[in-house]
Ligand binder design. Structure first.
Ligand SMILES: [Zn+2]
Length: 170
């Protein structure tokens, strides 16, 4: 994929236009000659997808995009069609997928299918991957997800406050 970045250089704040090919910056800043920004390219991703005609959710990994993965899944002659729920970028998608499958073993229905709803699955994967930034494909699920994160955060704070008599205790 070829992209173009137009924006400010991180070193000198000048406007730059930089071409990016397959995740590599093809130019330096025309003003300062430095690297205008850092770009991280992940090896792949872990995905949660849903097919309303199938039990539970499917959790897997891909070294391509989730759209390409879904296209492949949908072309295998399954009933219904898969839709993306959430993805997590990954530098080691196989390892991350295994970690998630292992931790969610008690919810496993068959192969890569897990008996979880969308928000539950997103929350569990998020925690298993140490709060890696999720990418959502549905506004309502995203909203519910962050509301639950905020609720949990407040609950933890309440517990911490209740426990510490000493106001300086962490
Ligand atoms: Zn610059």
């Amino acid at each position: 994929m070829i992209c173009q970045y137009s924006g400010l250089c991180q070193n000198c704040d000048e406007k730059v236009i930089i071409t990016i090919l397959e995740g590599k910056l093809l130019e330096s800043c025309q003003n300062c000659g430095g690297r205008p920004f850092n770009l991280k390219v992940y090896k792949g991703l872990v995905y949660v997808v849903d097919n309303p005609k199938q039990m539970g959710l499917k959790i897997g990994m891909s070294e391509k995009t989730v759209e390409q993965r879904i296209k492949a899944l949908n072309s295998t002659g399954v009933v219904g069609s898969f839709k993306p729920i959430v993805t997590f970028p990954s530098d080691n998608p196989k390892k991350d997928e295994k970690k998630i499958h292992d931790k969610l073993a008690k919810f496993n229905i068959s192969k890569e299918h897990f008996n979880l709803d969308s928000v539950e699955a997103a929350l569990k994967c998020y925690r298993i991957l140490n709060r890696r930034k999720p990418i959502f494909y549905n506004k309502n699920i995203e909203k519910e997800f962050w509301e639950q994160i905020e609720k949990d955060r407040q609950e933890i704070q309440r517990c911490l406050k209740g426990k510490s008599e000493n106001p300086y205790a962490v």
